[in-house]
Design a protein around this ligand. Structure first.
Ligand code: ADP
Length: 189
């Protein structure tokens, strides 16, 4: 089984590259951002609950996120593996993921860390804001998300480095070239 975490700041290209890995390796995508957006769009009770935090660019509560993850994994018992995008986002979440996967005897195989400098990140996020009109792509929410990333999410790099699971990939350049860099790493797992 292949369990990959795609890791990086907002705008680093996680979603785009996750799509490529999924089609090349037949993995089930687990994107907490997409799962939340679906709930909000459908106007479910959960969607109503998370909307305020989501739009402000704040983290949604762990309890809700853990439920979403659990359901998604349990819905795919036949899967060859999962690719996590936007999760884990903190040490607490990473430990929780380790627990879930331990129960199933399937550890995290690799963390693909897309490295992109701050200037490029902001450029991409502002372009995306114009194109996609996402509710959390306001200047204020972007600032908030990047600062949470630095404070809560970046410590995960060291967490996974200690487990020897980080593959740092240069996230600059053409989408297909970056995908090739990632594929070389995934093929070696
Ligand atoms: P981005 O990485 O660009 O912020 P995502 O789609 O991954 O985009 O996440 C959008 C928002 O969804 C986050 O700002 C947060 O409100 C919520 N969210 C997504 N994943 C998580 C998570 N693992 N824990 C808490 N909140 C999350």
């Amino acid at each position: 089984m292949l369990n990959i975490i795609i890791f990086g700041a907002q705008g680093s290209g996680k979603g785009t590259q996750a799509d490529k890995i999924i089609s090349n390796h037949n993995l089930i995508p687990v994107s907490t951002g997409n799962l939340l957006r679906e709930e909000i769009a459908q106007g479910t009770e959960l969607g109503e609950k998370v909307k305020k935090d989501y739009e402000a660019g704040a983290l949604v509560s762990d309890e809700i996120i853990f439920d979403l993850i659990k359901k998604k994994i349990e819905n795919h018992p036949e899967s060859k593996g999962f690719i996590f995008d936007g999760f884990p986002r903190s040490i607490v979440q990473a430990k929780h993921l380790d627990e879930i996967l331990k129960e199933k005897n399937i550890p995290v195989s690799m963390v693909i860390y897309l490295d992109v400098n701050d200037k490029e990140l902001l450029d991409r996020l502002h372009k995306r804001a114009i194109k996609e009109n996402r509710a959390d792509d306001t200047t204020e929410a972007i600032k908030n998300r990047l600062s949470i990333y630095r404070e809560k999410t970046m410590p995960l790099i060291e967490y996974y480095q200690r487990q020897n699971k980080i593959a740092k990939i240069d996230g600059l350049g053409l989408v297909d070239d970056i995908a090739k860099r990632i594929d070389e790493v995934v093929e070696k797992i």
